[in-house]
Ligand binder design. Structure first.
Ligand code: CUA
Length: 338
């Protein structure tokens, strides 16, 4: 092979590799990781991407060079030379991919086992998925429930999933992992958040009419802020003041994601506007308290005109205690009359 040809091959390879590298590095393909697990997964991702870029550069150089140098003349109708394989070449192109794929397998296995290894002082959180709400409860804090997932930074967190109806899938892009929630089993997911911030929680399995709305947030806070948050939430729920307790039930069950209620500073538009409850009860020809109570425990009994059936979870009748339900009804009566 002439020296000029080698220079051309190398030049094409560097150009193709440079373009691929620029696209990999400068386009924001992945969010910035916010957990140690996501950081390790990113390492595997880049390991594979670098291998791919090198192979792409070699293949691109060979193809471009061949197309420009070995093109048949328009009047050349002869057959190419018969080739019966090349044992040395076949061994090389079998061994190289075998080594690369084995290396990727080993790197992935190490990352998977380290991602699954629980740290000390694990915080356990039970995650319940249902059409179309996420709720998070903290067994270490008397099963305190919350509609947002609040987590302390740099602590090992084990999420245990329960689905009340169909298959959903838990996804926080910044945590780099997804976990399906399957009715009848309780999968787990280990996360060690390592960056403060608020990140989206997304349902990433088509689960029905409200799938696209099945979103909430996770907040990663300092350990001190986390302890304080647990105490504040517990105090609000235990409050003898029905307004405070009802407000906590409203906030912790994700009601604000779908409903507007000025008192709770929520602006959801999926379900009826709760500021207008008295007018809506009058339209349904029902007493306000009965109307609110029945709409929570049996939402399909009466559908506000203009809204869809089966969007409101059917399970609040069983998931809320009588005290919680009474507090919530009283809270909605008081806040909607203001
Ligand atoms: Cu739940 Cu999609």
């Amino acid at each position: 092979m002439r020296r000029g040809s080698i220079a051309q091959l190398v030049g094409i390879g560097l150009l193709a590799g440079g373009i691929a590298t620029a696209m990999a590095v400068f386009l924001p393909w992945l969010p910035k990781p916010a957990s140690r697990e996501a950081g390790r997964i990113d390492f595997v991702f880049w390991f594979v991407v670098i291998i791919c870029i090198v192979i792409f550069a070699i293949v691109a150089a060979a193809i471009v060079y061949s197309v420009t140098h070995f093109r048949a003349q328009p009047d050349d109708l002869s057959d190419g030379p018969p080739i019966h394989g090349h044992t040395g070449l076949e061994i090389v192109w079998t061994i190289i991919p075998t080594l690369l794929v084995t290396a990727i397998g080993i790197a992935s296995a190490i990352v998977l086992s380290r991602d699954d290894a629980l740290g000390k002082n694990v915080l356990r959180v039970n995650v319940t998925a249902q059409q179309f709400v996420w709720t998070f409860s903290y067994p270490s804090a008397n099963n305190l429930t919350s509609a947002t997932l609040v987590l302390p930074k740099d602590r090992s967190v084990l999420l245990t999933f329960t689905s009340k109806d169909v298959i959903h899938s838990f996804w926080v892009p910044e945590f780099g992992q997804k976990q399906d929630t399957v009715p009848g089993i309780h999968p787990t997911l280990h996360i060690t958040p390592d960056r403060l911030g608020t990140f989206p929680v997304i349902c990433t399995e088509l689960c029905g009419l409200g799938h696209a709305l099945m979103r909430t947030q996770t907040r990663v806070v300092t350990p001190a802020a986390f302890t304080k948050w647990l105490q504040t939430e517990a105090a609000a729920i235990a409050s003898p003041n029905a307004g405070t307790a009802g407000g906590a039930v409203f906030a912790n069950n994700g009601c604000g994601a779908c409903h507007t209620l000025t008192a709770a500073k929520s602006t959801g538009k999926v379900g009826p506007d709760l500021d207008k409850l008295p007018a809506e009860a009058a339209q349904a020809k029902q007493p306000l308290a009965t109307f609110i109570h029945d709409s929570i425990v049996d939402p399909n009994k009466y559908i506000q005109p203009g809204y869809l059936k089966n969007l409101m979870p059917q399970t609040f009748g069983s998931s809320l205690s009588k005290q919680q339900l009474d507090a919530l009804v009283q809270y909605l009566i008081d806040s909607s009359k203001k």
